[in-house]
Design a protein around this ligand. Structure first.
Ligand SMILES: Nc1ncnc2c1ncn2[C@@H]1O[C@H](COP(=O)(O)OP(=O)(O)OP(=O)(O)O)[C@@H](O)[C@H]1O
Length: 497
């Protein structure tokens, strides 16, 4: 049996409650989407409908969906394999577009994972398909990614919006529930619809009337975060509570241990800090044994040692700084980013010089460096290097950024002048050309009415249609061909946003 979070997952954007302006922004974006348009970045608290809205949009637009959410899948090569082909080509199933969804674009590995961010950036650059990124925390997302996206903020839902939605669900489920009980659930969920639905579902199991007592004892979905855990380890000595928190969070002990190690580095007293590291290293032994023997019962010992041991060492000292993700992740991410830049540089040069990337790297790197240093702008222009790739040779971030900025400016100006000269040519060739394009869907009705009033025009329209060249779609009764009809249907589908 489906739980209610899944059962009532919005299928279309009209099912998304609250966040009207965010939904409207998504609709506008999708309607105007064309190759090269910037991706959307949906951000906001968990459980307020970001992922559902992305799926609902794909459904409404009849776009196929390809979701990539595990950060470990985001190495450049995998993304290129999975998404690269569909980022540039039409979907095999015939759907006009394929929406690429990068969920958890800020997830803990992902935020530090500059290699991953770069890979997504590369996909954005080459993609001829729409892309949506989702994040809980807009600050956690790499700034290079943020700067190329249109941002859409999802806000926590109000208690009223949540209780209205819960009331609808109660009536669909034939569940009696007093207003005060609904309000209690809604207010206790902190704007998180998923949490509210889970509470309602848990309290209703086996009941047809919801009692208030059942709600307060129903299993809560207030998921503790790793931040709560690290904070508690450093400032409390409640062993049971610590073990309970560790069971609530979704991280495995090996990841937890890295977070606590970072937290332990804030313990001021040297002796206590050494003691904390001692317990962490003991815990690490159990983590190692768990993996080598595949005996997961040992994880409990690992958790107990790292949590209770570190809390014992910290003696409730607390933490004055902000709890941060493990610094070793940042270092690893830096190295991964370098590697990913190096690979893309050599792949690029290998194409340019028709030479294997390995040969270039092993035998010609010095020569190329000299050439680039001599004329960095020329080289960047020719190869299409971005700022990071150029900096790989120049080792001067500012200089590289300035050069790339200048090149982009030149490109924009060139495009502008090309467009202007094309326009001039067209207007010279065909001065007063009448267009027979389908009018914008919004004005369709008014135009149709005007059409009806024009006597004699029907005949000429008919004969035009009869002389249609073979292979062209037959126009339907309201003057729209198949493709435009679909657009019109989508336009009415979104009416009211
Ligand atoms: N605005 C909403 N309207 C209707 N249902 C919602 C809404 N927000 C959340 N829900 C319910 O909560 C569930 C989870 O929502 P969803 O996964 O879209 O949230 P999210 O914001 O993407 O959360 P996370 O950031 O944790 O992935 C949905 O299946 C749906 O049942």
């Amino acid at each position: 049996m489906l739980d209610w979070v899944e059962k009532y997952r919005p299928k279309t954007l009209k099912d998304i409650v609250g966040n009207r302006s965010a939904v409207r922004q998504m609709v506008e974006w999708a309607r105007k989407w064309e190759s090269g348009k910037e991706p959307l970045l949906l951000y906001g608290k968990p459980g307020i409908g970001k992922t559902s809205a992305a799926y609902a949009l794909a459904n409404d637009m009849e776009w196929e969906m390809l979701e990539l959410n595990a950060s470990d899948q985001r190495t450049k090569s995998i993304i290129e394999k999975v998404a690269g082909s569909c980022a540039t080509t039409m979907s095999l199933s015939g759907a006009e577009r394929k929406l690429l969804l990068f969920d958890e674009a800020d997830n803990l590995h992902g935020s530090a994972d500059k290699g991953g961010a770069r890979a997504i950036l590369d996909i954005i650059k080459i993609s001829k398909q729409p892309i949506i990124l989702i994040a809980n925390d807009s600050y956690g997302i790499a700034k290079e990614l943020k700067s190329v996206c249109e941002q859409v903020q999802f806000r926590a839902l109000t208690a009223k919006t949540i209780s209205d939605h819960l009331r609808d669900i109660c009536s669909l489920e034939d569940l009696k529930c007093s207003e005060s009980t609904l309000a209690e659930i809604a207010e206790g969920s902190g704007g998180d619809m998923r949490s509210a639905l889970n509470k309602l579902y848990a309290a209703s199991l086996g009941e047809d009337t919801l009692r208030e007592a059942a709600v307060s004892t129903a299993s809560k979905d207030e998921r503790a975060s790793i931040f709560d855990l690290v904070g508690s380890v450093l400032k409390s000595r409640e062993d049971q509570r610590l073990m309970q928190l560790s069971a609530e969070i979704s991280e495995t002990p090996d990841v937890m241990s890295q977070w606590i190690e970072e937290g332990a580095s804030y313990i001021q007293n040297e002796k206590k800090r050494a003691q904390a590291y001692h317990y962490l290293s003991q815990s690490d032994i159990y983590i190692g044994r768990t993996f080598s023997r595949q005996y997961y019962t040992l994880w409990r010992y690992a958790s107990a040692l790292m949590l209770i041991g570190t809390a014992y060492a910290a003696e409730g000292e607390g933490i004055s700084a902000r709890i941060m993700p493990p610094s070793r992740w940042r270092k690893m991410a830096g190295a991964r980013k370098q590697k990913s830049i190096r690979n893309s540089v050599f792949n690029n040069l290998s194409e340019k010089y028709h030479m294997p990337a390995d040969t270039l790297r092993d035998d010609y790197i010095n020569l190329i460096s000299v050439l680039i240093e001599d004329n960095p702008a020329g080289f960047a222009r020719e190869t299409g290097f971005d700022r990071d790739e150029l900096d790989f040779f120049l080792h001067d971030k500012k200089k590289s950024a300035d050069i790339i900025k200048e090149i982009k400016k030149e490109e924009k100006e060139r495009e502008k002048s090309e467009k202007a000269s094309k326009k001039r040519e067209v207007s010279k060739k065909e001065p007063a050309k009448k267009t027979d394009e389908t009018p914008p869907v919004k004005d369709q009705k008014t135009l149709e009415a005007a059409f009806q009033n024009r006597s004699g025009d029907e005949k000429s329209t008919e004969s035009k249609t009869e002389n249609r060249p073979p292979g062209k779609e037959k126009e339907t009764d309201n003057g729209l061909n198949g493709k435009d009809k679909k657009k019109a249907a989508q336009a009415t589908l979104f009416d009211g946003f």
